[in-house]
Ligand binder design. Structure first.
Ligand code: ZN
Length: 479
């Protein structure tokens, strides 16, 4: 209390414009609506990200990009220098912290059956920020220099976008059919790979489907030596094996688990993993034992329901609004894929795997596991940055059965904890960065209200969501 009062007393002396410290490009400035050093939000419905119930009639004061004071409107002493924003009827919640946010799309080239992805460094950062993602982890990249320079350019204010926790290029194995990924041959390759990309500024790593046990183990040890974290989209290595070698996180809920494939060969990626998850008894002891091991070893799980919904016959039809954002070629590709999947017989293996995965994610959380959320915006199922972020969070409620407050916590605080950034981001608390969303609705009651984001504050600078969206309409895709 004393500290915040002191800060308020000293305000006139420190109240310099945020613009004076951060040089935004003319392009970035087009989307900035608020850049005052002192902003007071009053009359807000406060959703703080901790999972606590929303509170009405709250004031939040931010000073030089940090949250300085939070309390009831009636107790607020709003400094004269503040730009006061009345949030009557609106909610204030933390910026999203999402953990599987690539900068590429794969849709237009999948028809050739040769998996190939295209970097979207112009549209995706804007979509992420527009939807309310203030911090993202990329969880693997195809164009490392584009990703790392994009991060630097965003931090420097040249380009509008979220804060990026940059994951190094994928660590893939020898059997991989994907040409854009490095194929690590042996443990020594993994060690030099980790050290090289860590030297280039990447701060996390991701193993991919065909990496084998000795190579993944060497990568984890090399990353941990540098105090960096490793996640993976597994297949040849099981979740149990990776947990036992000390992996930090695993992607795609339990879709990528090959632990229950009975005739699985060591270091081989089985072809029938989806079918096995589809037919799994999720109440069995073998499932509970695996989940308990993951909880005990503090392995974090990233739920990526939006992209997997795109394989199901139960997926909703795309909205006209979403389709407006695709470029013509990627829209055409997506609609053909959608029609093909919808014409399939229900329930498919993918439908049943989707349901079983949702149950396992909920059980993992209930058992005390740290569940986070990501988008994996590869274009599958129309999953792109921004819209896909919202869908991934909605599905935590619709499919996993979380309450909206739990889903918000998973998409904010849990993401921050997983990245080790929770001292500075993830909740609305004094001392943390002013990464805040103004929502014209109440997502604590109706999770789909996260789609009604109006302004996105990143480190105290408020961006106009609508303007960011409009700037990339019709441009998301191949060209
Ligand atoms: Zn991915």
């Amino acid at each position: 209390m004393k500290k915040s009062l002191l800060a308020l007393v000293l305000l006139p002396f420190f109240a310099t414009n945020v613009f004076s410290q951060l040089k935004f490009s003319d392009e970035t400035k087009k989307y900035i609506e608020y850049s005052d050093s002192v902003i007071a939000f009053k009359n807000a419905l406060l959703i703080d990200g901790t999972g606590n119930a929303a509170k009405s009639h709250q004031t939040v004061i931010i000073v030089n990009g940090k949250i300085n004071w939070i309390g009831d409107d009636v107790n607020a002493i709003i400094p004269k220098v503040a730009n006061t924003i009345d949030l009557n009827g609106k909610a204030l919640m933390p910026g999203l912290v999402m953990l599987h946010e690539h900068m590429y799309i794969s849709a237009p080239s999948m028809e050739t059956r040769q998996y190939f992805v295209h970097q979207l460094p112009a549209t995706f950062p804007r979509l992420y920020l527009a939807a309310g993602a203030t911090t993202i982890r990329t969880a693997g990249n195809i164009e490392p220099y584009s990703d790392i320079n994009l991060k630097k350019d965003i931090d420097a204010g040249k380009i509008p976008g979220p804060s990026i926790e940059a994951t190094a290029p994928y660590m893939e194995g020898n059997q991989s059919p994907i040409q854009q990924m490095n194929r690590l041959d042996k443990p020594a390759d993994a060690v030099s790979f980790v050290n090289y990309w860590a030297d280039q500024g990447f701060t996390s790593f991701k193993g991919y489907m065909f990496i084998d046990k000795p190579t993944l183990r060497a990568a984890i040890e090399a990353a941990h030596k540098r105090k960096l974290k490793v996640t993976a989209h597994l297949c040849a290595v099981t979740y149990r094996e990776a947990a036992e070698m000390g992996i930090d996180q695993l992607e795609h809920g339990f879709f990528a688990s090959t632990d229950f494939v009975t005739d699985k060969k060591e270091n081989q990626c089985p072809a029938n993993a989806d079918e096995v998850i589809a037919n799994l008894n999720v109440e069995s002891d073998s499932v509970k034992n695996l989940l308990q091991l993951l909880v005990d070893k503090k392995v974090i799980i990233t739920s990526t329901l939006a992209v997997f919904e795109g394989f199901t016959t139960t997926q909703p039809a795309p909205t006209a609004e979403l389709l407006n954002y695709f470029s013509p070629d990627s829209r055409d590709f997506y609609l053909k894929l959608f029609a093909r999947i919808k014409s399939g017989k229900a329930p498919s293996d993918d439908d049943r795997a989707f349901v079983n995965n949702a149950k396992m994610e909920k059980l993992f959380y209930t058992m005390g596991g740290l569940l986070t959320v990501g988008t994996d915006p590869t274009g599958n199922g129309g999953t792109i940055a921004g819209f896909g972020n919202w869908r991934a969070i909605e599905l935590l409620v619709e499919s996993d059965g979380f309450t909206p407050l739990e889903a918000i916590k998973i998409a904010t605080l849990n993401g921050a904890i997983a990245l080790g950034f929770n001292k500075n981001i993830g909740t609305i608390e004094t001392g943390k960065n002013a990464d805040l969303l103004i929502i014209d609705g109440d997502p604590s009651k109706n999770i789909s209200d996260i789609r009604k984001v109006q302004f996105v504050f990143k480190k105290g600078v408020g961006y106009n969501s609508r303007k960011l969206f409009e700037s990339v309409k019709g441009k998301v895709g191949f060209n």
